[in-house]
Design a protein around this ligand. Structure first.
Ligand code: FAD
Ligand code: FES
Ligand code: FES
Length: 505
C-alpha cells in the first residue's frame, strides 16, 4: 500500500492507513491525536471537526470539516490541524478562541468544545469582516448537550469585538492570525512550502487506472463522503476509493462553449460551499447565495460536493432540485478518463438521469465529471427561488423541496422550470406548473393577477403529484407543502408587488 503524505500540525507525515479510511479513525488511531472527538459519526454534532489547509490561488485556505465523514486520502498534500497543533508555541497553552471559551464559561464536560474551537478558528481565517451572524453560522453544525448556547454565543461575540479589524487579503490575514496566536506558526510554514507548487495532489492510483482494461471492476467513487460514510460507517480494510476531491479537473468552475451554446460548467467535486461562493454561479443565478444556509451546516457544506448530491439520488436532494430548475446537463465520462479533458464524454439532461428510486443513467465505470447550467445572454433577468419544508432550520433533510427559474421578456414569464423533490421516488420537473406559467403575463403592478397566476401554478403542481407517506411527512402533508411552497416562490420573487397580502390576507 502506497504511503499517504500530509502535514499533521507541524510535521509532514507518511500514513499507512488506506485512502478510504475515515480521517477521524486515523487521527484518533494511527496519529493518537485524541482532542478530536467522536460523537455521532454522522456529520450531525461537529465534535470531530478538524481544520484542513490547502493551496488555493496564491495562498492557502483553511476550512473546518467533520473528520468522521472525510476520507483520509483527501488529505494528501494538505495541512491537517487539530487542537494539539493549534496550541503549539502559544504563550499559555491556549489560543484566543480557547481563552474566550474559558472566560465565558462556554464549556462544561468539554466533549463538544474542540469542535467549536475548530469551527470558530476556521471562521476567523476566512476573508470576511467578522460579525456575530457569521460566527453563529460557522457553528451551526456544532451541538452542545450541557453548557447552553448563551455562553458560547458570548464567547463568539468576544471574538467578533477583538478581531473585527483583521485584514481581508488571505495571506495577510493568516499572518495576523499567527501573530495573534489564533493559528500556529506551522500555517506560515505550510504557506511557504505550498508557494510555487502545483498544490492539488493527484490520485494515488492514476497510473494503475489508466492501464486497466475495460473488464476491470470499477472503483467505488467518493466525493465529500457526507452520504457515503453515513451509509458505510465502517470501511473495509484497505478501502481505496476514487476520490473526486483530489482531481483538480473536477474542482473547476468555468465557462465553456459547446456548438455555439454557452454554459457555466461546475466540476462534480466542487463543494457546496464553493458552489454558492462562486462568482460565476452568483452571476448566472442572481440571489442564489440566499439559499446556502438551507443546506445542512457549514461543516457539511465545506465537505459535501455537488456531484455527490446528484449521484446520491435522494428524491429530496437540495442542490439537485436547484439544478433541475436551472436546466442543468451532466457531463459523464469513463472513470479512467476523469482527468483527461479531451476524453469522449456523454451529456445527459439532469431530469433524464433519474430512472427510478436510486436508479441512475450511469453505467458501471462511468463517473459524473461536471454539471453545466446554460449561460443566459442577460443573467440579471433570471428570477430564481428555492424553498424547502423541513422540521429544523439547520441540519435537516427536506420533506419537500422545490425550485423555480425563469426570466421575464416583454412582461411574460419565459423559460420557466419548476422542480419538485419529495413527492415521487425521484426528483422531477413539474411540467404541469411549467405549462401554466410559460408565456403567462406577470405584471408586477397587478398583484391580483399575479396572485391568481401563483394559485393556478400551485394547484397544477400539487394536484399532479402522488407522494407517499413516510417519517418525514404524510402524502397529504407533502401535497399541501408543494402547494404552499409554490406560493412562497411567488411571494419571494414578487415581494415588491404586495402579493403576500393578496395570497395570505
Ligand atoms: C448532517 C448532514 C446533513 C445533510 N443535509 C443535507 C441537506 O440539507 N440537503 C441535502 O440535499 N443533502 C444533505 N445531506 C446529504 C449530503 O451532504 C449531500 O447529498 C451531499 O451533497 C453529498 O455529497 P458528497 O460529495 O458528500 O457525496 P458522497 O457521500 O461522496 O457520495 C454520494 C454518492 O454519490 C457517488 N458519487 C459522488 N461523487 C460522484 C461522481 N462525481 N461521480 C459518480 N458518483 C459519485 C458516491 O459513490 C456515493 O454513492 C446531509 C448530510 C449530512 C451528513
Ligand atoms: S462525530 Fe459527529 S459530526 Fe463527526
Ligand atoms: S460542554 Fe458538554 S457537550 Fe458541550
Amino acid at each position: 500500500m502506497a504511503l499517504l503524505n500530509l502535514k499533521v500540525n507541524s510535521t509532514w507525515q507518511e500514513l499507512h492507513s488506506a485512502e478510504g479510511t475515515p480521517a477521524l479513525d486515523v487521527i484518533r488511531g494511527e496519529l493518537a491525536l485524541t482532542s478530536t472527538k467522536e460523537g455521532c459519526r454522522e456529520g450531525d454534532c461537529g465534535a470531530c471537526a478538524v481544520l484542513v489547509g490547502e493551496h488555493v490561488g496564491n495562498s492557502v485556505r483553511y476550512r473546518a470539516v467533520p473528520s468522521c465523514l472525510l476520507p483520509v486520502g483527501a488529505l494528501r498534500g494538505k495541512h491537517l490541524l487539530t487542537l494539539e497543533g493549534l496550541v503549539e508555541e502559544t504563550e499559555d497553552g491556549l489560543t484566543p478562541v480557547m481563552r474566550a471559551f474559558l472566560d465565558e464559561n462556554a464549556s462544561q464536560c468539554g466533549f463538544c468544545t474542540p469542535g467549536f474551537i475548530i469551527a470558530l478558528t476556521s471562521w476567523l481565517a476566512e476573508s470576511q469582516v467578522p460579525d456575530l451572524a457569521g460566527a453563529l453560522r460557522a457553528i451551526d453544525g456544532n451541538l452542545c448537550r450541557c453548557t447552553g448556547y448563551g455562553a458560547i454565543r458570548r464567547a463568539a461575540a468576544k471574538l467578533v469585538a477583538r478581531f473585527k479589524d483583521l485584514p481581508l487579503e488571505p495571506t495577510a490575514r493568516l499572518k495576523a492570525l499567527v501573530e495573534a496566536q489564533v493559528l500556529p506558526p506551522s500555517v506560515l510554514k505550510f504557506l511557504a512550502e505550498s508557494i510555487g507548487q502545483e498544490s492539488a495532489p493527484r490520485r494515488q492510483n492514476s497510473e494503475t487506472i489508466s492501464l486497466l482494461g475495460d473488464d476491470v471492476t470499477p472503483q467505488t467513487v467518493v466525493g465529500g463522503g457526507t452520504d457515503y460514510y453515513v451509509r458505510n460507517p465502517e470501511s473495509e480494510e484497505g478501502f481505496s476509493p476514487l476520490l473526486t476531491q483530489i482531481l483538480p479537473e473536477l474542482r473547476q468552475i468555468r465557462y465553456v462553449d459547446d456548438r455555439g451554446d454557452g454554459w457555466l460548467e461546475i466540476g462534480a467535486a466542487v463543494t457546496v460551499r464553493d458552489f454558492f461562493a462562486s462568482p460565476g454561479v452568483r452571476r448566472e443565478v442572481p440571489g442564489i447565495e440566499r439559499f446556502e444556509t438551507m443546506f445542512a451546516s457549514t461543516l457539511i457544506r465545506n465537505l459535501a460536493t455537488i456531484g455527490g448530491n446528484i449521484v446520491n439520488a435522494s428524491p429530496v436532494a437540495d442542490i439537485t432540485s436547484m439544478l433541475l430548475a436551472l436546466g442543468a446537463q451532466l457531463v459523464i465520462v469513463p472513470e479512467k478518463e476523469a482527468e483527461n479533458d479531451s476524453a469522449a464524454r456523454r451529456l445527459c439532461p439532469l431530469e433524464q438521469f433519474f430512472l427510478g428510486y436510486k436508479t441512475l443513467d450511469l453505467a458501471p465505470g462511468e463517473i459524473l465529471k461536471a454539471i453545466r447550467i446554460p449561460a443566459l445572454d442577460d443573467p440579471s433577468s433570471r428570477r430564481f427561488s428555492f424553498e424547502k419544508a423541513s422540521k429544523r432550520k439547520n441540519l435537516d433533510i427536506a420533506a419537500v423541496n422545490t425550485a423555480i427559474s425563469f426570466h421575464i421578456e416583454g412582461g411574460r414569464c419565459k423559460g420557466v422550470r419548476v422542480s419538485l423533490g419529495g413527492v415521487a421516488p425521484i426528483p422531477l420537473l413539474s411540467t404541469e406548473a411549467m405549462r401554466v406559467l410559460e408565456g403567462a403575463f406577470c405584471d408586477v403592478l397587478d398583484r391580483r393577477e399575479l396572485a391568481e397566476l401563483a394559485r393556478k401554478a400551485a394547484l397544477a403542481a400539487a394536484s399532479s403529484v402522488s407522494p407517499i407517506s413516510d417519517v418525514r411527512g404524510s402524502a397529504e402533508y407533502r401535497r399541501r407543502a408543494t402547494h404552499q411552497l409554490i406560493l412562497a416562490h411567488f411571494v419571494r420573487l414578487f415581494e415588491e408587488s404586495g402579493i403576500a397580502e393578496e395570497l395570505f390576507p
